[in-house]
Ligand binder design. Structure first.
Ligand code: 13P
Length: 340
């Protein structure tokens, strides 16, 4: 493992004013997104949609540091035969790859999940590297509900995240370590902080046990946020303040950067929260975005599967990428948001 190179990639992923585009929806998830805009989820439509994003020159060269791809996409070519990874590289962004294979029910833990995909991972990684991937992603899912999460679910998911991270670094690929505490429940923000703190602490404990070099990884956490069904919804200021405090308590300063998931927040909420955190400032790591839905909902709607809407889709994507770029440096304003 060359730690200097891993660290250079990790720092490029969180370069000032830049963040990640999570375009790694699995076949099932992208079908859901396409269903919502009335588009058939065919291989060609998935290619056309992602090609539209990757050919958004301003967004890809100025606001996006890297793109998380799904296995299908990393091997796909654009309509003119250019590999999609090449479009990303040509814009100056870094290709990455989702390597987990989704979740399965966790035995003995009703309602809880374990992320799978470790078998054969050591053999898959060099092929992705050869194709251009310089970072990878693995997402663990922790749900909050009555009697959950169990320590078992937290522990086995943290173990798998660390196993994955160690294998990535051995293959000279920067691991994005993503332990996502879902915002689906009716819990309040303090319960989210309590569970996320346990999850982050256990994850870093496992990373240390398995000798993962913290300088060569990126953390992708959820924010401290109220459950979607909670009667009390924390303000932007409270989300920012509690997230920053939680991360300072749990994440070593040697981690090169933190890139949040959006997790079901609205586009503007995801931007406002990130901006408010960066306005607090004085943090040991850059805080940026690694958004899926909060970057893509608008372009998906504008595109709606029609070739004549490609320019409108790219415009919508560029606007969201620019807003989040401003938020990553704490310089976003509501006026800029409206000046689409
Ligand atoms: P969302 O921003 O839509 O949560 O997606 C980010 C991601 O990569 C989840 O794994």
């Amino acid at each position: 493992m060359n730690l200097t190179d891993l660290n250079n990639i990790a720092r490029a992923m969180v370069a000032p004013g830049k963040g990640l585009l999570a375009a790694d929806e699995s076949s099932g998830t992208i079908k859901k997104r396409f269903d919502a805009i009335g588009v058939a989820s065919t291989e060609d439509n998935r290619r056309d949609y992602r090609e539209m994003l990757f050919r958004s020159r301003e967004a890809m060269s100025q606001y996006v540091s890297g793109v998380i791809l799904y296995d299908e996409t990393i091997w796909q070519d654009a309509k003119d035969g250019t590999p999609l990874v090449r479009l990303i590289e040509d814009a100056g962004a870094i290709p990455g790859i989702k390597v987990d294979e989704g979740t399965q029910p966790l035995p003995n833990c009703p309602g809880e999940l374990i992320t799978v995909g470790l078998d054969k991972l050591a053999e898959r990684l060099p092929k992705y590297y050869e194709r251009g991937a310089r970072f990878a992603k693995w997402r663990a899912v922790i749900d909050i509900g009555a009697g959950i999460p169990s320590m078992t679910a937290i522990s086995v998911n943290a173990h798998a995240l660390a196993r994955y991270a160690a294998l990535c670094q051995q293959a000279q690929i920067v691991p994005i370590v993503e332990p996502e505490v879902l915002m689906d429940g009716d819990h309040d923000i303090d319960r989210c902080v309590e569970v996320t703190t346990r999850v982050l602490n256990k994850t870093f404990q496992e990373l240390r046990v398995q000798r993962v070099a913290l300088e060569g990884m990126i953390l992708k956490p959820n924010m401290a946020i109220s459950g979607r069904k909670s009667k009390t919804q924390a303000s932007v200021g409270e989300v920012a303040e509690k997230t920053v405090r939680m991360l300072k308590n749990c994440v070593p300063a040697s981690v090169p950067g933190i890139a949040f998931l959006s997790g079901g927040q609205s586009d503007e909420e995801a931007t406002a929260h990130l901006d408010a955190m960066n306005k607090i400032g004085g943090l040991p790591w850059p805080l940026t975005f690694s958004y899926g839905r909060a970057l893509q909902a608008a372009p998906q709607k504008a595109w709606s599967g029609k070739a004549e809407n490609v320019a409108a889709g790219q415009k919508a994507f560029t606007h969201r990428a620019r807003m989040n770029s401003l938020a990553a440096s704490g310089t976003w304003t509501a006026e800029q948001e409206k000046a689409a």
